[in-house]
Design a protein around this ligand. Structure first.
Ligand code: FES
Length: 151
């Protein structure tokens, strides 16, 4: 990951960008303890500073995740539009619960704060793509698309 660090100035202002790129580039999409040590050393900041950033933002993970990360919005406008039902459909389809990863490491299911499209709720994000106006059938179709992409 040194090639990522080399692209950024050694300034704490770069921390979020570096963490995002690390997480995106790694096959298991998470920030490990070793990553924290490397980044802290490069930016000359305490490791605790990075840990606090990781725990503050829901889009960062300190645990290994699957190839496709599904994040279902948990905030009120989506909640009242049946995200609970959407979550149940995904859990049943993939055989996992929230914050779990499928055995084949293809999918991780998470919840997230508002995705900025409350008027089109319920909403979820898969990797970097947002899906809105979700229904059970729409969610099943979306999951099928990503299953095809796995190979
Ligand atoms: S509350 Fe779900 S997108 Fe805003």
């Amino acid at each position: 990951m040194k090639k990522i660090l080399d692209k950024y100035p050694q300034s704490e202002d770069q921390l979020i960008e570096i963490l995002l790129e690390y997480q995106m580039e790694k096959d298991d999409h998470y920030i490990s303890k070793e990553d924290i040590v490397d980044i802290a050393s490069y930016l000359h900041i305490p490791e605790s500073k990075i840990c606090s950033v990781l725990s503050f933002y829901s889009f960062f993970s300190d645990k290994p995740r699957g190839k496709h990360i599904i994040q279902v919005c948990k905030d009120v406008p989506c909640y009242v539009s049946s995200t609970v039902d959407i979550l149940k459909v995904i859990e049943k389809e993939l055989g996992i619960r929230i914050n779990e990863t499928t055995e084949n490491k293809q999918f991780t299911l998470e919840q997230t704060s508002c995705l900025g499209c409350c008027d089109k709720s319920p909403a979820m994000r898969v990797n970097d793509r947002i899906y809105t106006h979700l229904t059970a059938d729409k969610v099943k179709a979306i999951l099928s698309e990503y299953r095809v992409l796995k190979s």
